[in-house]
Structure formats: structure tokens, C-alpha cells
Design a protein around this ligand. Structure first.
Ligand code: NAD
Length: 253
């Protein structure tokens, strides 16, 4: 019987892999035996990640990609397939949050976050699916957020973008699963990364976060990685269009 959740030799593409959750996912899946393809803007940071993974006996390639640069996306995914023959799994992780009171949001604030969180997610999914659909196999996991289903003060754009990702996940799941490509999303709660360090290092903010999490701790990258692994596994073939929260129960109260 095949081992459940086996990632050995899977080709996993991860966007925003240079730091934070994306970097953590890259090292986690390399340890599981996958061939990780790390994408981000900063090639130097990606090379450092690659060196670390290779030194630990893992497999890793890296390519520079700014997911806001839509015309460049397909070429990067084409070159991954030219190098490795296929893409089994795409983890759409690149994203940002920046608290701004709604009354002060400018058009450029809106475009900056939406083009990264939503547009980048869609066009990376499309570029991967163009290779997955002809092979009748693929797994796409979008890193959404608990912010997709709750309101967070000062996060009008972020919450909108993550809510949009959840809807996008469902439509892509509907369209592409007929050809073997499932699409799902994970919704983490606050997790300590360079993107959240400044806020979580503030004791008052951290206490406010913890007060909302019945499980009593902030999230870890491993919480997210194991949820992604479940959705990315062969054995989860009937899980399609799902939103798997790793929020310690924030959204149940
Ligand atoms: N950290 C949390 O508390 C938390 C909670 C829920 C969801 N998330 C989501 O997880 C994902 C990663 O968050 P994080 O906390 O690790 O963030 P981070 O800021 O620490 O890292 C973001 C990553 O995205 C990359 N990136 C940024 N702009 C990019 C671009 N234009 N093109 C390509 N890559 C780009 C960065 O280089 C970096 O690797 C995001 O989608 C975020 O919304 C994070």
C-alpha cells in the first residue's frame, strides 16, 4: 500500500520561498524527500536556501520570480518543466499584509497588496495548471489566512485579498479537478515570520492575538506545512476546493 502523504520525489514549486513561511515550507518538504523549486525575488537568499537544502542531502532548484511581473511567470514555470519534466505541486505562498486604516488607503496601497496576494496567486496557478492539466495530475495549495473569514482591524485590503483567494480556490477547483488537478487553501493564524515579527514582538499586540486563540499559542510553520502536506498528497484526491484552517480555533468564537 502506498505511504499516505508521501512527498518523495514530488516536484514542489513554492513562491515567496526566500524567507518566512515559504522558506520553512521549502526546508520541510525537502526533508520529506521532495524536489523543491524555490521561487522569490531575491536570488541571493534563494541560493542560501538551496545550499542549506543540498548540504542536508535534499534536492532544490531556484529561480528568481517577482509574482507581480505577470508576463515573466509562464516562462519561469516552463523552464522548471524543461529542467524537471513536470510540476506535481504548487504552493502559492508569496503574499504580504500591511495594516492601514481603511480611511487612509491609497490606490497604490491597494494595487501593491492585491497584485501580490491575488493576481500573483492566480497567474502562478494558471502557469502551473498549463503543465498539470495535460498530465491529468496536479495539486495546488494556496496560502490564504484566517483573515479570509474574519475581519481584522486595519486590514481591509489583506482580508479582501485572502477572501478573494478562497473564492478563487473554489472556482479553480471546480474547473481543473475534472482533469486531475485539485486546488485547496490553508488558513493560518498569526505565525512568527519576518512579515509579522514587528507586530508580534509588541507584547500588547501579541497578548491580543493570544487572547483570540483558544489553543493558547501562535502558529508555527510546521502547523502550516503539515496542513499543506495533507492537501498536496496523492491520497487527498477527493479533497477539492477546501479551506483548511490552522488557526488554533480563532474563528470558532
Ligand atoms: N505570518 C503569518 O502570521 C501569516 C498568517 C496567515 C497567512 N500568512 C500568509 O503566508 C504567506 C507568507 O507570509 P510570511 O509571514 O512568511 O511573509 P514574509 O513577509 O515573511 O515572507 C513573504 C515571502 O513572499 C515573498 N514575496 C514578497 N513579495 C513578492 C513578490 N512580489 N514576488 C515574489 N515573492 C514575493 C518574500 O520575498 C518572502 O519570501 C503570505 O501569503 C501571508 O499572507 C501569514
Amino acid at each position: 500500500m502506498p505511504q499516505a502523504f508521501n512527498m518523495k520525489d514530488k516536484v514542489i514549486v513554492i513562491t515567496g520561498a526566500s524567507r518566512g513561511i515559504g522558506r520553512g515550507l521549502a526546508t520541510y518538504f525537502a526533508e520529506q524527500g521532495a524536489h523543491v523549486v524555490a521561487l522569490a525575488r531575491n536570488l541571493e537568499q534563494l541560493k542560501a536556501l538551496q545550499t542549506e537544502i543540498l548540504a542536508n542531502g535534499g534536492a532544490c532548484s531556484c529561480h528568481p520570480l517577482d509574482v507581480r511581473d505577470v508576463p515573466s511567470i509562464q516562462g519561469v514555470f516552463d523552464s522548471i518543466v524543461a529542467e524537471l519534466g513536470r510540476i506535481d505541486i504548487l504552493i502559492n505562498n508569496a503574499g504580504m499584509g500591511k495594516p492601514i486604516p481603511a480611511i487612509d488607503i491609497t490606490e497604490s496601497d491597494w494595487d501593491e497588496m492585491m497584485s501580490l496576494n491575488m493576481k500573483g496567486t492566480f497567474f502562478c496557478a494558471q502557469a502551473a495548471a498549463r503543465h498539470m492539466l495535460p498530465k491529468q495530475y496536479g495539486r495546488i495549495v494556496n496560502i490564504s489566512s484566517q483573515a479570509a473569514v474574519i475581519a481584522i482591524d486595519g486590514e481591509a485590503i489583506y482580508c479582501s485579498s485572502k477572501g478573494g483567494i478562497n473564492q478563487l480556490t473554489k472556482v479553480l477547483a471546480l474547473e481543473w479537478s475534472k482533469q486531475g488537478v485539485t486546488v485547496n487553501a490553508v488558513g493560518p493564524t498569526f505565525t512568527y515570520t519576518p512579515g509579522t515579527a514587528e507586530r508580534l514582538d509588541n507584547p500588547e499586540f501579541r497578548a491580543g492575538v493570544l487572547a483570540n486563540i483558544p489553543r493558547g499559542r501562535i502558529g508555527s510553520i510546521e502547523d502550516i506545512a503539515t496542513a499543506v502536506q495533507f492537501l498536496a498528497a496523492d491520497s487527498s484526491d477527493m479533497v477539492n476546493g477546501a479551506f483548511l484552517l490552522t488557526d488554533g480555533g480563532w474563528t470558532i468564537i
